[in-house]
Design a protein around this ligand. Sequence first.
Ligand code: PMV
Length: 329
Amino acid sequence: MMERMDYVRAILGDAYAAAAQHEEAEVFMPSNIALVKYWGKRPGVLNLPLVSSLSLTLKGYGTKTRLSLSHEDSMLLNGKTLSQGDPAYKKAMDFLDMFRARGECYRIETENNIPTAAGVASSASGFAALTSAIIKLKGWDVPLKAQSMLARLGSGSAARSFWDGMVLWHKGTRDDGMDCYAEPVTHSVHDLCLSVLVLDASEKSVSSRDAMQASLATSPMAPEWPQRQAAHLDAALKAADFATLGQIVEDNAVLMHAVIQSAVPAMSFDTAETKKWKDNVQRWRTEGMPVYFTQDAGAQIKLLYPSAHRADIEEKINAAGVEYFTVAA
Ligand code: PMV
């Protein structure tokens, strides 16, 4: 089975582990929300997914990262210096180790304009930004498809953050990961809005990585997930109207959470607010409003609707006094 270093070398070629050509680099990368979810990994160290997935990029919402050469490694996250024992510090430095020339040390200064680690996909923008920053610091010319393949090693969903609009991440079938990459897709359903409701901005108790591992190892529904998810993806790509796409998006999130909730021991990311918003969405639909929800490994609910209904939906969110932001795609 391929090691991470061999994989990085295969992608970067001669540039691999070359010294940085610049003192510092600053980048911004957006996050993304999966319409059809990535949930489950194949064996090995290359972070290869069990399923392909489809996302919408959160243009303007994500992570700003400044990476500079320094006399020792350090990391600042949202203005706070992280200790070497902090899991976020370890994950970031472990990622940079793959690119480190002999004796090179880094200072990472990173800021999210979305809540960190609360299921608003900050790991997607975080690792997309770290990938983009190290490539810029090194002075390398790396195509976006290859950048997405590198970012995946930090966080799977980061592979989808390199383009605007809808992005398809192919799981591939090869053990060496060379056919596992993301690319932008054009879809026949246009003018979508996604409102991300921040229902609980506290750090979540279980990481998506741990929940993924535990739920797929123990849920009695796990064996069915890859086939049903693939059918959702196929149908989502072919959907010719908003209601068809929206229903698939909601069904897929519900199915992923059913896998999570049926883990042994059972797990749930829902709070009372999460449940209330799911009920709201389903009730508004019976009242004729075309709106569907999705949910990741956290309490937040994301609403998907045609942009023509933006004012109506935002009025409902404002009336509830919930913090949110909306992206149009
Ligand atoms: O990229 P990770 O390892 O944080 O996993 C993300 C998993 C979900 O957000 C729940 C689904 C997805 O496709 O983004």
